[in-house]
Design a protein around this ligand. Structure first.
Ligand code: 3BY
Ligand code: FES
Ligand code: FE
Length: 421
């Protein structure tokens, strides 16, 4: 089953799927993994796309990837090509990347720079605000250019993070509050003066929810992530109920230093969807490199202390992040089909840092390349086992997997709410 097969789902079968999904979500045993169709069935996938990925806020990238006027990158949200572009006034716009003539994708590259947005098919030309500027001379009398601008997607920025929403309306909730907190917590990093150092795109044969579930717990870390565990502490939060006293003491010492420097660190939650917390790394380590020592000679923004731990920023449904002293790492998950996902990881450094002098991209990416690949294998094995006729939902640990429980509660409640809208 690939993306194109999804388009062949009939209206009748989708209606039935909607009912089946509602039933499964209402009847599901809380604190248990989901029934198999929610992980492997193309109808359920299509509904995930409609109810979550086409209605909720999604993380797409960082503002410093498009530093100046006309810089853009493209992203595919399931069947929906989207383009993110820096406007002349410095703001960031998101458009559906589909031409208002006959629908061709307008920008066909992964990223680039343009003066205007020109469709490759018949050269209809749009400005950076999506207004149609030129449609040749063949469109005849009465053709209204104003009615044929690119369709906008909602787009908001906080602390350098760009989020889009493909829904007609923005979802209700406390998203603006989350963005304001991101501004505050990201201030020390001066994101506009960072640059993308290296990027990885990993294809994973697993449903997007399995990718997220895997990220939301560290139950699997000891068994799978030797490189990451050189620096990462397995506790998921500073208020993790399992955290022992020596962790709490280590945290208290680091937090005192952070407070003295005005580095925000306190846990902030916005429902189950968004969370920010700065977590210490293992004693004596600075960043998530293989030996825990510096990844880049230049510190980010106004940062002076190399031991800033990692500020973890969670955004459901599709992103987690690690913000450290000399580089930060952002993660984005995009569903491809019921059993395929794309995991993109990007490492950012100070914009004046020189590759090969101040940082080595191979060293920066080493730990998370290994970790991502280990997680890919776990996700793919998880998917294959779930596809078995013998699979039945199994129990999450309330202590080790509370992050997974939170994610599943968010997913269930949000999907049910959106299905009913
Ligand atoms: O570090 C992360 O992003 C997550 C949290 C715990 C397990 N996993 C590796
Ligand atoms: Fe874009 Fe024709 S489809 S100009
Ligand atoms: Fe992992």
């Amino acid at each position: 089953m690939n993306q194109n097969d999804l388009l062949n789902l009939t209206y009748a079968s989708l209606g039935q799927a909607r009912e089946a999904m509602t039933g499964m979500l209402k009847e599901r045993r809380r604190d248990y993994s989901l029934p198999a169709p929610l992980y492997n069935d193309p109808h359920m996938f299509r509904l995930d796309m409609e109810e979550i990925f086409q209605k909720e806020w999604l993380f797409v990238g960082m503002t410093s990837e498009i530093p100046s006027r006309g810089d853009y990158f493209t992203v595919e949200i399931g069947q929906n090509p989207v383009l993110i572009v820096r406007d002349a006034d410095g703001s960031v716009n998101a458009f559906h990347n589909t031409c208002r003539h006959r629908g061709s994708r307008v920008c066909t590259e992964h990223r680039g720079k343009v003066a205007n947005l020109v469709c490759p098919y018949h050269q209809w030309t749009y400005d950076l605000k999506g207004n149609l500027l030129f449609a040749g001379t063949e469109m005849g009398e009465g053709f209204d250019m104003k009615q044929h601008g690119l369709k906008k997607a909602h787009c908001k920025v906080g602390g350098g993070f760009i989020y889009i929403c493909l829904g007609k309306e923005e979802p209700e909730g406390d998203f603006d509050e989350f963005l304001a907190t991101l501004d505050e917590y990201m201030e020390p990093y001066d994101v506009e003066n960072t640059k993308l150092a290296v990027e990885s795109n990993m294809y994973e044969k697993a449903n997007w929810k399995l990718v997220l579930e895997n990220n939301r717990e560290c139950y699997h870390c000891a068994g799978s992530h030797p490189e990451l565990l050189n620096t990462l502490l397995e506790w998921d939060d500073t208020n993790d109920p399992r955290a022992p006293q020596d962790f709490l003491d280590h945290y208290a010492r680091q937090a005192a230093a952070w407070d003295a420097e005005g580095i925000p660190h306190e846990h902030k939650s916005f429902g189950l969807r968004n969370r920010i917390v700065r977590m210490p790394l293992k004693e004596g380590t600075q960043v998530m490199t293989i030996d825990g020592q510096e990844g880049c000679t230049k510190l980010l923004g106004r940062i002076k202390n190399r031991e800033l731990g990692s500020m973890r920023i969670l955004h459901l449904p599709n992103s987690w992040n690690h913000m450290q002293s000399d580089h930060f790492i952002v993660f984005r998950v995009l569903p491809i089909s019921a059993q395929e996902s794309l995991v993109t990881t990007k490492w950012f450094v100070h914009k004046d840092a020189v590759e090969g002098v101040d940082y080595d991209p191979a060293r920066l990416r080493q730990v998370w390349d290994a970790t991502n690949d280990q997680d890919r294998v776990l996700g793919e094995e998880n998917q294959r086992g779930i596809n078995s006729v013998a699979y039945q939902p199994g129990p999450y640990s309330k202590t080790f997997e509370f992050g997974v429980i939170n994610f599943m509660d968010w997913y269930t409640d949000t999907t049910l709410e959106n299905l009913e809208k």
